[in-house]
Structures are given as structure tokens and as C-alpha cells.
Design a protein around this ligand. Structure first.
Ligand code: PMP
Length: 364
């Protein structure tokens, strides 16, 4: 509608308009229950139907095999940086991290408190613009898992395929916070996938963990109960009070993604949106620049700079006046960043590239 902006924020981020309107229509009195989802007992039949449907729709979307648990947790992806090593290894065991941006680095640093992680590859010296060729990786033979960040939200670097772990357990773990449900993923290639909801699938406050069932039950003895996957798996994510309203919102988004035809259809739209944006950057004769290596550019987060950095503040300000907001790059890298998650309509990206071309014409 005309009073909404195009929100290019990295997260919390844009949500589908029809989902917001549906939530609005159900807010006051959910399905004749006489109360809103926010007021319901998490153990009542109404909320149980909501969380069960959310899980089953997510299973449909990602084609999640039966031997995987789906957990709806709290604490953000940041909490998973600790929960992953606490659940998957002992304090003296080695694990491997590929670090393609600052989120992967944070995950590695947190793991250092709970096991013996090694960064087997880091893009830091090149300012995180690429992904290593998998053949050249030197994995630790006895590592318990190999961790990647599937899409680096700040640096705009995205894995297009995945390394095969050669460690004893062949266990690949991925932080998919910023590209979760943006395209089909073969879940069976992963031991564990985790993602904060607040980019592609819902509001902040919900963290989704998809974990192969044989991996639970071996948490370190001092693992807080809230970080123990076994506790949450055995209690269907209802060990304590879950983020009920957030889970409900994720459920509405899953329904919407299914209605769009599933993740292959969603991916097609995302490819098209990213393409017109990168084409505009590439076609600008250097006026706009994206530092990321072409083959690993993210479909979700597009960082770019101006050849004349003194114009960047003006770019962001003028765009905001035209109702395109949150285009300022992350404070650690500067420049601009357009996050174009599932819910960003093609019209939003078309408006952005038209603005970019006009801005260039006026300032080149
Ligand atoms: N990993 C990635 C890839 C992220 O983008 C973020 C948040 N921007 C996090 C982890 C941290 O997530 P949270 O704020 O939910 O803890």
C-alpha cells in the first residue's frame, strides 16, 4: 500500500504484506477462540495446532527427512554459536570452521569456549569477498563437525554449493540465518542447520534448528537446559514457554511460501531480483561497485559502494525520501547494502535500480 516503504534492512526485515494483513485480521480473536495468539496457553489445543502446522509446512517446504527434528527456540542465532559445540562435542575435541565473514568468525570465537575449533580457511585478509575452493581445504581428520555460514549477511558472500566434510562424522553444520528458505536446500547434506527467523521467515525471537536425530543426547554435562537440543526435541519445542506469537508468524510465512509454489519458485524470484541489481552495479562503469567475487555474490544481501564515497550519505538520504529505507551498509564495512529477502517484491528492486541509474546520471 502507499503508506508502506520498501525496507531494505538486513534484519529484522521486510515481511510479506499479505502475511501482515492476515495477522492483523486474526490478531484480536484468533479463529473464534476469543483471544489473540499472544494470550493463548502454549499447551492449549489452539496453539498446538499452530506450532504443529508451522512445523509440518516447514518440513514440506524444505523436504526435511523424517530423521530430523525441527526445533523452534529462542536466543537468536548467536545462542546457537554456543549450543552447537556444547551439543556436538566435548571440550577437548577439535572442530573446523570456514570463515567467510564476520558471522562465521563470531561463531568460531564462541565455540572456542566449549571445544577446540580451528579456522581452516578465512577470507579476512581479503576483506571477506570470496569462498575457498573446497578441494584445497585442509580439514582436520578427527574434527567433530565442519561449520559454515551459508550466507554472510554483512559481507554478501553466499555458498552456492557446500563442502563435503571429510571428518570422521561427515558432519556439516550451517548457519543459514540470512538465506533460510530462500531456495531449496538438500537438508540431508547437513547434520544441523540453524537460522534466526528475522530475515526471511518471521519476526525476531524465533530461532529454528533442524538437527539429525542421532546427534542429540550427547550434550556436555554443564550445558544449560535451554541449550540442550535433546530437551527441546523430547518436548516438541514446548519445554518452557516458546515465542508463541513469533512461531505463529513464521507459520503464516511458511503458508505463504507454499502458496507461491514452494522454494524453487521463490528462488526464481530471488535470482531475478538479485540479477537486476547486480546488472545495474556491473553496468555502471564503476560508479557503483560490489566487492564480492562474482560467483559467490549473495542473492539476499547486496553490498555496494560508490566510486565517490563522499556521495554515499546523500544516496542513502535521497533513497529514504523516495521510501526506500535502510540502505546504509553495516557499520563495519561502510557503503551501502540492499537486503532483498523473499518478501522484497520485484517492484522494490526495480524502484531501487531506477533510482540508482537516475542518481548516477545526476552525479557521474
Ligand atoms: N548469523 C547470521 C548470518 C546473521 O546474519 C545474524 C544476525 N544478523 C546472526 C547470526 C546473529 O543472529 P541473532 O541476532 O539472531 O543472534
Amino acid at each position: 500500500s502507499t503508506d508502506r516503504v520498501f525496507n531494505f534492512a538486513a534484519g529484522p526485515a521486510i515481511l510479506p504484506e499479505n502475511v501482515l494483513l492476515k495477522a492483523q485480521s486474526e490478531l484480536y480473536n484468533w479463529h473464534g477462540s476469543g483471544m489473540s495468539v499472544m494470550e493463548m496457553s502454549h499447551r492449549g489445543k489452539e496453539f498446538l495446532s499452530i506450532i504443529q502446522k508451522a512445523e509440518s509446512d516447514l518440513r514440506t517446504l524444505l523436504n526435511i527427512p523424517e530423521n530430523y527434528y525441527v526445533l523452534f527456540l529462542q536466543g537468536g542465532a548467536t545462542t546457537q554459536f554456543a549450543a552447537v559445540p556444547l551439543n556436538l562435542c566435548n571440550p577437548d575435541e577439535p572442530v573446523d570452521y570456514i570463515v567467510t565473514g564476520s558471522w562465521g568468525d563470531k561463531a568460531f570465537k564462541e565455540a572456542s569456549k566449549y571445544c577446540k575449533p580451528k579456522t581452516i580457511w578465512s577470507g579476512k585478509s581479503e576483506k571477506y569477498v570470496n569462498i575457498p575452493s573446497f578441494g584445497a581445504l585442509e580439514q582436520t581428520p578427527e574434527a567433530k563437525y565442519l561449520h559454515i555460514c551459508a550466507n554472510e549477511t554483512i559481507h554478501g558472500v553466499e555458498f552456492k554449493d557446500y563442502p563435503v566434510p571429510t571428518n570422521g562424522n561427515s558432519l556439516l553444520v550451517a548457519d543459514m540465518s540470512s538465506n533460510f528458505c530462500s531456495k531449496p536446500v538438500d537438508v540431508s547434506k547437513f547434520g544441523l542447520i540453524y537460522a534466526g527467523a528475522q530475515k526471511n521467515v518471521g519476526p525476531s525471537g524465533v530461532t529454528i534448528v533442524i538437527i539429525r536425530s542421532d546427534l542429540i543426547g550427547n550434550a556436555q554435562p554443564n550445558t544449560p537446559v535451554m541449550l540442550d537440543y535433546k530437551i527441546h526435541a523430547e518436548n516438541n519445542s514446548l519445554y518452557n514457554t516458546p515465542p508463541c506469537f513469533g512461531i505463529y508468524m513464521c507459520g503464516l510465512v511458511f503458508e505463504d511460501l507454499i502458496a507461491q509454489g514452494g522454494l524453487s519458485e521463490v528462488e526464481k524470484k530471488n535470482v531475478k531480483k538479485a540479477q537486476i541489481l547486480y546488472d545495474t552495479i556491473n553496468g555502471s562503469k564503476g560508479f557503483f561497485r560490489c566487492p564480492v567475487e562474482t560467483s559467490v555474490r549473495s542473492l539476499m544481501n547486496v553490498p555496494f559502494t560508490l566510486a565517490k564515497p563522499e556521495l554515499e550519505a546523500e544516496f542513502v538520504k535521497e533513497a529514504a525520501k523516495e521510501k526506500m529505507v535502510q540502505l546504509k551498509g553495516h557499520r563495519s564495512v561502510g557503503g551501502m547494502r540492499a537486503s532483498i529477502y523473499n518478501a522484497m517484491p520485484l517492484a522494490g528492486v526495480e524502484k531501487l535500480v531506477a533510482f540508482m541509474k537516475d542518481f548516477q546520471a545526476r552525479h557521474d
